[in-house]
Structures are given as C-alpha cells and as structure tokens.
Design a protein around this ligand. Structure first.
Ligand code: TEU
Length: 564
C-alpha cells in the first residue's frame, strides 16, 4: 500500500474558545479563526484540528454536545463553518473535527427523551441502573457502583423522575452513551457521514477507548485516601472497543481515502496502539497515548514529582520501537488538557524560555510519527500565574479541588500547587496575538484571564523576530516536508541512562540524522558513539548563536546530518 499523506503531515490544534474573538463577547469564535488563518498557514502546517464547536451548554467547554449537527451560537453558524472550511482548503490545508461520542450533553434530545420514563424507546441509549439492592434510591452510598467521576464526586447521578441513576464518567452533564445499543452506533455513524459529506477531512476522537464498558459495571478498587473506586479498568479499552472502531471504519471511513483519524485513548498500551493503528485491521490511523504526559505523576495525586528524563526517554523510546513495524505514532507535548510544555519539561525563565521551547520542539518533531502543535506552543507560551482557586474556570480543576479539600482531607495549598503546575487552564488562557489590551484576543472581557506575559510573548513579536520560537517551528515543519529521513528514518535511542541529554539517531536510505537535546541548565558533553565523525557532520539546526560542537550549552539542541 502507498504511504498515506499524513505520515508527512503536521497538525495544529485550535481551542476555539481561546483562539480569537471576532465579536467581542470574550470567547473565541469561528470568525476569529477565519481572520487568523494566515498565521496558521504561515507556519506551514498541513491539518487543523478544531476542539468542539457544536451546540453545547459548555459545561466542559464544548466536550458536552447537545446537537452534533449544529454550531454553538457562541462560536457562530454553519455558514461561518463552511466559510472557515473553504478558507482552510484554499490554503492547501485540511480540517478535522473533534468527535465527542463517549457521552453527549444531558441537554441532547437523545438524553432528554431517555430520562422521560423507564420504557422510553431511548432509555437504553444511556447507562441507567437502579440503586444498590436493599438501599433507598437517592441516599448516600446507594449508587449502583462505587466509581468516581473524573471531575470529582460519584460517576452516578440520581434522577428522581424515574428513580434510577445514569452513568457519567465525566461531569453529571455528560451522560455516557450506551454503545452496546446498535441504534446509538447507527446514529453516530450517520452524524459522522454528514460532516464528511460537508467536506471535513477526519476526526480526533475524544476518549474513544471508553466506548466499550464491562456491562456488569463492577466496583473499582478504592485507593488509600480516595473516596471513590477507580472504574477505569472497567470502562476503558473494554471487550468490544476494537469491534466498534472497526465497524465505524466500515460504515464511515471506508472508501474515503484522504481522511485522518486520531483516537484519544488515555488507557492505551503500546501493544494495543499497534492493534488500533494496524492498517490491516481498519480501525484508526493513529492514537494519542498518555504515558509520556503522565511521566511526572506519582502515587500521591496531590504531590508534584520532578521530571525524570530517563523515564521519559524510556517511554517514548518504547513507543518508537513498538510502532516501528506496524502502526504509526502521534507526537505531542501539549493540548488543551496539558500544562504548557516549556513550563513543565523546559525552563520558562526569561533567560531560557525561547531556547528550551525550541529544544523541546526539535526533540519531539524529529521522532517518527505525526507531530501535533497546540495553539501558542509555536510562541513558547507558558503556564499562567493562578493566584487562587477562584482564578480557575476548568470544571476538572474546580471539581477535583472540591473533592480533595472538602471530602478527602487534602490541604488547599497542596492541591493548588499541583493545579498551578498541571491544571488544564494553563493551556486555555487566550492566545497572545500582540501587545495591545487583552493580547489582541478580544475587545471585551476574556472568559479566562490573559497571561500577563503577553507584552513580551505574542504572535506579532514572534513573527517579526527571525530568532523566535515561531520561526524555529517553521523550520522544523519544513524539514519534515523536505526530508524523508525525518518522516521514515528508523529510530535509535542513545545514552538511555543520561539524566540530562535526550539523544537519538534516525536513518533512512543513505542519510542519517543525530538529534541531541540538553534538558538541563548546565553545559554537558555528549559522549555518544562515533562522536568524532559526528562533530564534523553538517549542523542542520541549533538554538544557540555560537554552537560548541558536542559540548551542549544549557537547553541547547543540535541536529546533525551525514551520509549513512
Ligand atoms: O480528555 C480525556 C482525558 O483523558 C482527560 O480526562 C484527561 O485525562 C484529564 O483531563 C487530564 O487532566 C478528553 C478531552 O480532551 C477533555 O478536554 C474532556 O474534558 C474529556 O475528554 C471529556 O470529554
């Protein structure tokens, strides 16, 4: 089979709520994106992924959809969408939608029907269950099982109208759809085909490893200090997940050759990823794994653990090897759920912010797989200075804070420390366009405060400065488009035990690349095999004005190329 186009592609993620506000209501919108398309096209990316824009009560910023075939009025209209799609295609790019079908909003017509009566024809479209045997429905502890919701509290909501509970792995306004019911699957496939017929080029599939659940819904293990059981093992990567995705492929993707499908899968292992992305199985093109963004988590959810570079290299190196023969990797540091990478794995101080952001970009983009850039990453945007819990807007931060502090006895300061470092709102502060009021994001009051560092860090300044993170990302993207060794080269990790250097080679045909990133603020000599020969190879890319060969300066990256 011919190599698919997306092997050579770079994807740019837009979080519409925080990207650009054209109508001054403080929330980004589709017209705002239309006005900024040249910024994205200027980077040279191939695909835009839009976080959800469908009609939604916005309980989880659009990941709670009440009409899959309409645009939320806060974002615009279907006509705006068609114009945006045309603008994307005119610039030679493609557009993929966020597909949120593990759950809908509780305000979706499917759910308002479902909750009406126990014998409603749509009752079985969701997970309704009676109270625990012998317990009074609606009283504490009577929930059908002990699962906690990802956003705090029980995963079950009692509905007095019919005296039963419905399952919501996320918020109570995000009831889980019952994929066991073939009518649900048919409705989802019809909706997907409707978008594809409208011209969209594929989907990013939200928590799509959650759609098949253990239908006996057994209790989960309760960890020390936790109020609820962990249902994850029973609602992720369930027995029919591959079957459902294969069926989706047959009913929606088959015969549409130029699509891109990427499955978000918090539970996925390398072995499972290889199955999901094996072209012969006809399921999805690639998955988002989570291991490398959970590398700095530990046993205590409300403690911070420093990055161990050897662990990170171990994880990403295993993913490279595990998908070398079959399947394909996606590559990401950032998205709307993750803190800013320069603050997390780099150094966001004035001295090293730009340099470490470039180093992180180069290390990621030179792996084998399809890189994803999250809005603002190309500017080296940083985490935000949240003073107190009142500064957060994210349902996850607020819900987890309430549970941890009010019910689990954690100190507010400890929880805040972790939310400051890892909270999702770090990624959601408005895009910084220029040094005018509100960073040029809105003429009104932004829904989430603009990061005060916008006077220095903004797109206008970055575009004007040839040494900016933005222009470095442009070069990385161009390198991928121009050089098959970046796309297809095999991957060999070097110095796996080094705590400061991330080093690897890529080889394809008659060319070999060497990439070394210094993840520390110290000067470090790279003791790699064949060092002599490498130091006289062509230096393709670096991020310091006066390179010092294989003696790397703080946060420096070097990319060398030589004939293999
Ligand atoms: O995220 C799923 C997911 O794995 C998150 O719960 C993540 O683990 C957590 O937020 C990390 O802090 C997807 C979307 O990307 C997210 O924005 C939604 O809130 C969630 O699904 C529900 O749709």
């Amino acid at each position: 089979m011919e190599n698919p186009w997306w092997h050579r592609a770079v994807v740019y993620q837009i979080y519409p709520r925080s990207f650009a506000d054209a109508n001054g209501d403080g929330m980004g919108d589709l017209r705002g994106i239309i006005q900024r398309l040249d910024h994205i096209a200027g980077l040279g990316v191939d695909v835009l992924w839009l976080s959800p824009i469908c009609r939604s009560p916005q309980d989880d910023n659009g990941y709670d959809i009440s009409d899959y075939q309409d645009i939320d009025p806060a974002f615009g209209t279907l006509a705006d969408f068609d114009e945006l799609l045309a603008g994307v295609h005119e610039r030679g790019m493609r557009l993929i939608m966020d597909l949120v079908v593990n759950h809908s909003s509780d305000e979706h017509a499917w759910f308002t029907e479902s909750r009406k009566s126990r014998d409603n024809p749509k009752r079985d479209w969701y997970w309704w269950r009676p109270a625990r045997p012998g317990m009074e429905p609606g009283t504490p502890g009577a929930e059908p099982n002990n699962w906690g919701s990802v956003f705090g509290g029980s995963a079950w909501e009692y509905d007095p109208a019919t005296g039963e509970y419905y399952l919501h792995v996320f918020s109570r306004k995000q009831p889980d759809l019952n994929w066991e019911n073939p009518q649900v699957r048919e409705a989802v496939y019809a909706m997907m085909n409707w978008w594809l017929d409208r011209g969209v080029d594929g989907f990013r599939m939200d928590v799509i490893d959650h759609i098949s659940k253990d239908t006996s819904l057994p209790d989960g293990v309760v960890r020390p200090g936790s109020r609820y059981g962990d249902g994850g093992p029973h609602y992720m990567n369930g027995p029919r997940n591959h079957e459902f995705l294969h069926e989706m492929h047959e009913r929606v993707f088959a015969g549409r050759d130029t699509l891109l499908t990427v499955a978000e899968m918090p539970s996925v292992t390398i072995e499972e990823a290889a199955r999901y992305t094996d072209p012969a199985r006809r399921e999805v093109d690639m998955v988002f794994g989570f291991e490398h963004v959970w590398v700095d988590r530990g046993p205590d959810p409300w403690a911070l653990y420093p990055l161990q570079l050897t662990k990170l290299k171990g994880i990403l190196g295993r993913w490279q090897a595990g998908l070398a023969e079959v399947g394909w990797n996606s590559l990401y540091w950032n998205n709307h759920d993750q803190p800013r990478v320069v603050s997390r794995y780099g150094d966001d101080s004035p001295e090293f912010r730009v340099r470490s952001a470039k180093m992180l970009g180069a290390v990621l983009h030179l792996h084998r797989g399809t890189p994803y850039i999250y809005q603002g990453e190309e500017l080296g945007m940083t985490n935000a200075p949240f003073a107190s819990i009142a500064d957060f807007r994210d349902i996850e931060a607020l819900g987890q804070y309430a549970q941890a502090v009010e019910h689990e006895g954690h100190s507010g300061e400890d929880v805040l420390t972790v939310l400051r470092a890892r909270g999702r709102d770090n990624a959601r502060t408005p895009m910084q366009w220029d040094d005018s009021a509100q960073a040029g994001f809105t003429t009104g009051t932004p829904w989430l405060a603009v990061n005060p560092n916008y006077k220095e860090i903004n797109a206008a300044a970055a575009v004007a400065d040839p040494d900016s993170v933005y222009h470095f990302y442009r070069r990385l993207i161009a390198l991928r488009h121009d050089d098959p060794v970046v796309v297809y080269g095999d991957f060999t990790m070097l110095l796996p035990d080094d705590e400061r250097l991330y080093a690897f080679t890529r080889r394809h045909g008659d060319a070999e690349l060497l990439c070394i990133g210094n993840f520390s603020g110290e000067r470090v000599r790279a003791e790699i095999p064949d060092a002599e020969a490498w130091s006289s190879a062509e230096l393709l890319l670096t991020n310091v004005p006066a390179p010092t060969g294989l003696e790397l300066q703080p946060w420096q990256v070097v990319v060398y190329k030589r004939p293999a």
